[in-house]
Design a protein around this ligand. Structure first.
Ligand SMILES: [Zn+2]
Ligand SMILES: [Zn+2]
Ligand SMILES: [Zn+2]
Length: 276
């Protein structure tokens, strides 16, 4: 399995549009990996994770043919993860699609359904070439060799999910946006028999003291890693990646890398690819 991190920031991006803080100034000066666009990833070049407002620039930057992507998992309906207006440009009048192009199936929980289901019957475009599939917690769905299990996240939206994604004997746990999952949720994951090869975990708050339940910081990431290891959901071979950084987390990429090296996790950056 291969994951490509297309965007690795929280909702404002780094630098944030209007922000003059030290982190944003640093990103404007150093550029490179200090620049972060809104969170999105692509698995095996086929399964899109979230459809935020930077999707358009991601596909241009990385030469992705988005019409090859037939499935998109959306974690929740916050604006950095879902920008429905761009999905709607698959409709006639915006786009001319070849008859062989498969519909885009966008999947998520109830909050995503409310935002995405423009025509109220599972269609996002009038023609149905972009359509919505409602997922339910711990009810796996299978398509194109993938098996996806939605897991309830701890985040302030209607029914947010994080996802367990399996294919070809490998398992990815895409955990954005969420705080540390409650023990009962972790126990339910255990009961499903999962073991993660790669975990992409929320590091929104960086080195800042966390005062909002819905994201994690470095300190909480370490607790999360321990909880997964204690339960056998992760082991010494599991790759941990910290992702979804906010400028408010006070953690530039260069500093984050040092912390990650010390504690055994990688720091996501825009364009990073990991094959596992
Ligand atoms: Zn987010
Ligand atoms: Zn800033
Ligand atoms: Zn969010």
């Amino acid at each position: 399995m291969k994951i490509k991190f297309l965007g690795t920031a929280a909702s404002e991006g780094v630098p944030a549009l209007f922000c003059q803080c030290a982190i944003c100034k640093n990103a404007r000066e150093r550029r490179g990996r200090e620049i972060r666009t809104r969170c999105q990833a692509l698995v095996d070049g086929e399964l899109l994770l979230d459809f935020g407002p930077d999707t358009y620039m991601h596909i241009l930057r990385d030469g992705i043919d988005i019409t090859d992507v037939a499935y998109c998992l959306v974690t929740h309906a916050h604006s950095d993860h879902l920008y429905v207006d761009d999905i709607e440009t698959r409709a006639a009048g915006f786009a001319i699609l070849s008859p062989s192009t498969r519909p885009l199936t966008v999947m998520g929980g109830r909050g995503v359904k409310q935002a995405a289901d423009r025509y109220g019957d599972g269609r996002i475009t009038e023609e149905g070439n972009a359509r919505f599939l409602l997922l339910h917690a711990f009810e796996p769905v299978s398509f194109d060799g993938f098996r996806v299990t939605p897991v309830p996240a701890v985040h302030s939206t209607e029914e947010p999910f994080v996802y367990i994604i399996e294919r070809g004997g490998k398992t990815l746990f895409y955990a954005h946006d969420t705080d540390i999952l409650p023990d009962e949720t972790l126990d339910m994951i255990c009961a499903s028999g999962a073991r993660f090869d790669l975990v992409s975990m929320d590091c929104n708050e960086g080195v800042k003291h966390i005062d909002y339940h819905g994201h994690m910081n470095v300190e909480r990431d370490l607790v999360f890693m321990s909880k997964l290891r204690e339960r056998g959901l992760a082991d010494a071979d599991t790759v941990f990646v910290a992702n979804h950084f906010s400028h408010n987390g006070r953690l530039p990429y260069a500093d984050a890398v040092k912390i990650g090296e010390e504690h055994g996790f990688l720091i996501a950056y825009d364009g990073m690819e990991i094959e596992f």
